[in-house]
Design a protein around this ligand. Structure first.
Ligand code: GTP
Length: 598
């Protein structure tokens, strides 16, 4: 039977342990396409993905593998994104599989994301096949890493494949293990349809392309379907698989992984994790695990050139078509004019959207410092959700403020425990736990406000541990905090886009750091500019940007021509990212500086 020959699996790994390289090798050994053709086909949609070396969108490829037993097997290799911002998408693509290859770098060993991904795979009852990769490296210690996988994860590693994705070692053994150990899909092809949506993508010609795994039943073009979470109904136009080019099929049935189109206009109507059923023979219950994705991090996006406002709106509309978790609404700032308040799953998601707007739509942006959602209970008993610090009500009206917390797990070699604790402490963390993984490495767990994580936590962690720390976090809910709004005044005028929420005990120090930083970042103007930080009416810190000395300018303009040109070019470049606030020219970096701690 065909179904007994299907194997659905993912590759899970910590970033840089070799997931993409191994996927390439597997593709080469199981399909007629060369690696180059494959790359062009699979990745051309996303330059950004290639450049940053991270996986943003999931992919599902159907491959055929002729095993040593002489039989031909159908593999569906489902790719997963490798970043904490996209954990939910990872968990849904794993739910489309029966097995997972767990890649661990033979030199690095287990890292925070290795564990996070293993837990997701275990949640989905997957068969996990350990693979120790990069055994070609001189620093590889495959035996030690195998032992680590046994000790820390509790997997039997006696059959673990020792591989080098780079040099093509161990690939066939991996494929044979997939055949042998990953269970074939089970389910009733005649039963009521249940198809899991694990990704979707907007195509301007065909509407939304929905990536699905059929768990029960069969789906055919022409059939009426219903999205169980949203209740929306559509008629299937095409169904098919990716090889990796899309190939149409007459039907998809139990165990199949592929796509459908149904004139769906909006990715919001085909949400990741939702169940598709048929209108004529509907399933009584949806598949478990559906969750609506809510943005966690917000910031203001403003065009540098106010004439770009409409273009910016068009850009956001286009990006939203492809990204159900991007949110935006118009916002006005006294300082920056008309723009949008945008919500993202996390910082990486935010950076990706900003970069795409600048690159693909050619709009220069001013972005304000990222903020989380604060829950404010007013003295009159009402509760407000604040995603923009400048909107924080006056202190007299506030009963208490709550902020989102995460449980952060940091994995480091022993030597850096002190450094990690220092950062966590500085970020208002509460120590929870410390566990030795082996003689050499430790997992440290802290409870930390999300607002402290969203800015440069990871950067600081990396730099103070020489890159050895790995990090993962999950949200644990809201907690009350002594938070206040700090305003920043330039030339005695409050700049709403620079307001920031800070903990009361840290307010003076933060205020001092911010005004000093702004003094450094804001170029000298024709006049002296006082920079002040205030809480309510009270000024808590101050610095002064001195006026330009006229003769400096004169000298520059009198100098030789190439130097003058350079100066002009530099000014032009600088101009692009400056915004006039009142009568002070403020560069982009200044808006981020309010979150800086050093
Ligand atoms: P993300 O896409 O960022 O999650 O990373 P990834 O896990 O997909 O890792 P990727 O395949 O991009 O590999 C990361 C780096 O390790 C690249 O520079 C690869 O060339 C290298 N690499 C992968 N496999 C091997 C291997 O077997 N041996 C050696 N020496 N290097 C490898």
């Amino acid at each position: 039977k065909r179904r007994s020959k299907i194997r659905n699996f993912s590759i899970i790994a910590h970033i840089d342990h070799g997931k993409s390289t191994l996927a390439d090798r597997i593709l080469e050994q199981t399909s007629a396409l060369t690696q180059r053709e494959m790359k062009d086909q699979m990745l051309d949609a996303m330059d950004l993905e290639r450049e940053r070396g991270i996986t943003i969108k999931l992919n599902a490829v159907q491959l055929t593998y002729k095993a040593k037993d002489g039989e031909e097997y159908i593999f569906h290799l489902i790719d997963t994104p490798g970043h904490v911002d996209f954990t939910y998408e990872v968990s849904r693509s794993l739910a489309a599989c029966e097995g997972a290859l767990l890649i661990v770098d033979a030199a690095q060993g287990i890292e925070a994301q290795t564990l996070a991904n293993v837990y997701l795979a275990l949640d989905n009852d997957l068969e996990i096949l350990p693979v120790v990769n990069k055994i070609d490296l001189p620093s590889a210690e495959p035996e030690r890493v195998k032992q680590e996988v046994e000790d820390i994860i509790g997997l039997d590693t006696s059959d673990a494949v020792l591989a080098s994705a780079k040099n093509g070692i161990g690939i066939e053994e991996i494929l044979e293990q997939v055949v042998e150990k990953v269970p074939a899909p089970s389910g009733d092809p005649e039963g009521p349809l249940k198809a899991l949506i694990f990704d979707s993508l907007y195509d301007p010609y065909r509407g939304v392309i929905v990536y699905i795994r059929i768990i029960e039943g069969t789906i055919k073009p022409g059939e009426k379907i219903r999205m169980m979470a949203t209740g929306k109904e559509f008629e299937v136009i095409e169904a098919g698989v990716f090889t990796p080019k899309p190939v149409k099929r007459d039907e998809l049935t139990v165990g199949d992984v592929g796509f459908l189109t149904a004139s769906i206009k909006n990715v919001g109507d085909s949400r990741v994790g939702d169940t598709i059923t048929s209108v004529n023979n509907p399933a009584s219950e949806a598949l478990a695990g559906y969750r609506k994705m809510n943005p966690m991090v917000f910031c203001g996006l403003y065009p540098v050139d106010t004439n770009d406002y409409n273009d910016l709106r068009d850009a956001l509309e286009k990006l939203e078509l492809n990204d159900a978790s991007l949110q935006y609404e118009p916002e006005t700032s006294q300082a920056l004019g008309f723009g949008f308040r945008c919500g993202f799953l996390g910082l990486l998601h935010m950076e990706i959207i900003q970069e795409r707007i600048e690159r693909e739509f050619n709009i220069d942006l001013i972005t304000t410092a990222p903020s989380v959602i604060y829950r404010v209970t007013l003295t009159n008993g009402e509760e407000e959700r604040i995603d923009n610090p400048s909107k924080m009500p006056d202190a007299q009206q506030i009963e208490f403020v709550e902020e989102p917390y995460v449980k952060a797990s940091v994995m480091v070699p022993n030597d850096y425990v002190g450094a990690v604790m220092e950062i966590c402490q500085k970020k208002r963390g509460n120590y929870l736990d410390m566990k030795y993984l082996d003689a050499n490495r430790v997992t440290i767990t802290y409870e930390i406000p999300l607002s402290e994580i969203v800015y440069d936590f990871f950067d600081q962690l990396k730099s103070s541990t020489k890159g050895y720390a790995s990090f993962d976090y999950e949200l644990i809910g809201y907690k009350q905090s002594k938070l206040v709004k700090m305003d920043i005044l330039l030339n005695a005028e409050k700049v709403d886009a620079l307001s920031v929420i800070v903990h009361r005990d840290f307010a003076y120090d933060r205020g001092k750091v911010i005004v000093d930083k702004l003094k450094e970042l804001i170029p000298r103007q024709q006049f002296e500019v006082p920079v002040q930080a205030s809480i309510g009416q009270k000024i808590i810190a101050r610095s002064t940007i001195k006026a330009i000395r006229k003769n400096v300018l004169a000298k520059c303009y009198g100098g030789d021509i190439s130097r003058k040109r350079k100066l002009l070019e530099k000014q032009k470049e600088g101009k692009k990212r400056m915004k006039s606030v009142g009568n002070v020219e403020v560069p982009q970096e200044a808006f981020m500086a309010v979150l800086r701690m050093d």
